[in-house]
Design a protein around this ligand. Structure first.
Ligand SMILES: O=C(O)COP(=O)(O)O
Ligand SMILES: [Mg+2]
Length: 224
């Protein structure tokens, strides 16, 4: 039988990326002389990748981006973000202890993020976390991305897992929806980037700290 798999979203779930996202995003929109965004704006901006984040930040500042302006801005964001990473980004409290405890019981892990795969890989590598994950997929890995079920299904395949023995954990609507669309139980965390309270998204469970992500919890969700 295949090992049980826990699939993690990245921004706002595994890692608190807010300070660096704000900084690189503000560097990007400064090229248009737009006023900076702040941390609380991220709940609306993050969750669909860098391109959407830039588009929404411009909209928030009353500027409707022309499609031909986007590639240059995206490159500006990517260059700044790569140079900064890992910056102030850190795993959320208790994450590493939870991963170690689950791993000791035979659980495997993967990352399913709408961040670009290359950025996710660089960030996890610079934080020394890559070794935890059997697979890392991003918003540009497949032809579709979260909340499309195929993003999660493809991630589980690459990780050598079994969809029937998989749990998804995330901070926003796309994570709960991708789990539902793929028929996988979900756990929501309230400390990331959701503009609505995560319990209204309909996850199977909400945990407020990683000390609640125990082998017993994952086992219960898989058994249900
Ligand atoms: O970068 C984003 O906008 C979203 O990233 P996430 O899917 O890891 O939350
Ligand atoms: Mg997220």
């Amino acid at each position: 039988m295949k090992s049980p798999l826990v699939v993690f979203d990245l921004d706002g779930t595994l890692l608190d990326t807010h300070a660096d996202l704000v900084e690189s995003l503000n560097h990007t929109i400064a090229a248009l002389e737009l006023a900076p965004v702040n941390y609380s704006d991220l709940t609306y901006l993050v969750g669909n990748g860098a391109q959407v984040m830039i588009e929404r930040a411009c909209k928030l500042r009353g500027y409707i981006l022309k499609s031909e302006e986007l590639p240059t801005l995206l490159q500006r964001f990517i260059a700044h973000y790569i140079e900064t990473m890992p910056g102030l980004t850190q795993p959320y409290p208790g994450l590493l202890a939870a991963l170690d405890a689950l791993r000791a019981q035979g659980y495997k892990f993967a990352v399913c993020t709408n961040k670009m795969e290359s950025l996710a890989r660089i960030l996890l590598e610079r934080l020394g976390l890559t070794h935890y994950f059997e697979a890392i997929t991003g918003g540009d890995t497949f032809t579709v991305r979260k909340p499309n079920a195929e993003h999660l299904i493809g991630t589980v395949e690459r990780a050598g897992g079994d969809l029937r023995r998989t749990v998804m954990i995330g901070d926003s609507i796309n994570d709960i929806l991708v789990a539902r669309n793929a028929g996988v139980p979900s756990i929501a965390v309230p400390f990331g980037y959701s503009d609505v309270s995560v319990d209204t998204l309909g996850p199977n469970r909400v945990i407020t700290h990683y000390d609640e992500l125990t082998p017993a919890l994952v086992r219960d969700l898989l058994a249900a």
